[in-house]
Design a binder for this molecule. Structure first.
Ligand SMILES: Nc1ncnc2c1ncn2[C@@H]1O[C@H](COP(=O)(O)OP(=O)(O)OP(=O)(O)O)[C@@H](O)[C@H]1O
Ligand SMILES: [Mg+2]
Length: 318
């Protein structure tokens, strides 16, 4: 259950990458907040900036502009021991769990590593905790003696989640954490995350391609398009209330059964514009059936159209 305390505030986040002699606009003016115990889903097609947002929030890459606060603390510029102390608050789970595993490290050692590093607990206590963590993520406790190659992809991902929660982070970021697994395992991992987030009052950013899966995990969904959030609303009302033509296009491909079959198809298929060019108007204009002259000239900013529902589209602006 979430409460009303804000954990994370993301304010006007920007990221540009230098590419040859040009600038690549990966993330532009992204703002949102996250409550304690809340899970926010981030969806959008490949290259729209989801991982870049996640990496900036986790402090893995520097921001080009904007600010991120955790419990009111602007942590982006922390250095040395302060940075180390802070790092435990935000943990990430990636698509490929093997990438963070050393092949010669037993699961037990891997699971106790963070606690030993951050809190200096003994090996004996670390092993006890590792066994408990395995049970919490639905694995047998004697997996402490296994090596990563002796586990399936789904089991490895459970271990990666167990490690992430071992130091009681305040925020868990799952970036395509279920992307490489088959559908039934994806759903099991999603259920596990929902359980852990609720039990431990961790907040979660859940990034994915699969709108249906992301919706099943998250209380709210942010839809990104070419580096910007174009719509943000509650998951429960997603199918009924989403209005942005891009969100509707995503919904059209996932929730055919929920959509009004008589409604005109909201948007034509196509490609987003290049992230190497500064967008004058709405980045979705070239794919949008509603597109007006204004959309090509001016950038629609995210605006609240009803409580808890924001959209960046001139069609819905007062
Ligand atoms: N280190 C980098 N250097 C240059 N460009 C980058 C770098 N990292 C990301 N980009 C570019 O930034 C944009 C956003 O990338 P990002 O990885 O955040 O997308 P994504 O939404 O996570 O995509 P996917 O769904 O495929 O994981 C892309 O155009 C990408 O090519
Ligand atoms: Mg990504």
């Amino acid at each position: 259950m979430q409460n009303d305390t804000i954990l994370l505030e993301v304010k006007n986040l920007n990221k540009t990458f230098p590419v040859k002699k040009e600038k690549l606009y990966a993330v532009s003016d992204v703002s949102f907040s996250l409550k304690k115990g809340e899970c926010l889903g981030i969806v959008g097609e490949s290259g729209c900036g989801k991982s870049t947002v996640a990496r900036m929030i986790a402090g893995i890459i520097p921001v080009s502009g904007g600010e991120v606060l955790l419990e009111g603390e602007a942590y982006m510029n922390l250095k040395g021991s302060e940075k180390r102390r802070f790092r435990r608050n935000i943990q990430m789970v990636f698509q490929d769990p093997l990438s963070s595993f050393s092949p010669r490290m037993k699961v037990g050692t891997y699971l106790m590593e963070s606690r030993r590093n951050f809190d200096g607990i003994s090996k004996e206590n670390g092993l006890k905790e590792a066994r408990k963590l395995l049970l919490e993520v639905g694995l047998p406790e004697d997996f402490v003696n296994r090596y990563p190659h002796e586990l399936s992809g789904g089991q490895l991902q459970r271990v990666a989640i167990a490690r992430a929660i071992s130091i009681q982070p305040k925020l868990l970021i799952c970036d395509e954490a279920t992307g490489a697994l088959d559908v039934s395992i994806q759903n099991q991992i999603a259920k596990l995350l929902v359980k852990l987030v609720e039990e431990k009052q961790i907040s979660c950013l859940f990034i994915g391609h699969d709108l249906a899966l992301v919706r099943s995990v998250s209380q709210r969904i942010a839809v990104m398009y070419l580096g910007r959030i174009v719509e943000i609303l509650e998951s429960e009302t997603l199918a009924a209330k989403a209005v942005h033509p891009y969100t509707k296009m995503l919904l059209g491909s996932v929730f055919d059964v929920y959509c009004d079959q008589n409604e005109e198809i909201a948007a034509a298929k196509g490609e987003p514009p290049s992230p190497l060019e500064v967008q004058k108007g709405c980045a979705f204009a070239g794919r949008c059936n509603w597109c007006r002259e204004k959309c090509k000239e001016e950038l629609p900013l995210l605006q609240e159209i009803e409580p808890g529902h924001k959209v960046a589209c001139f069609q819905f602006m007062k």
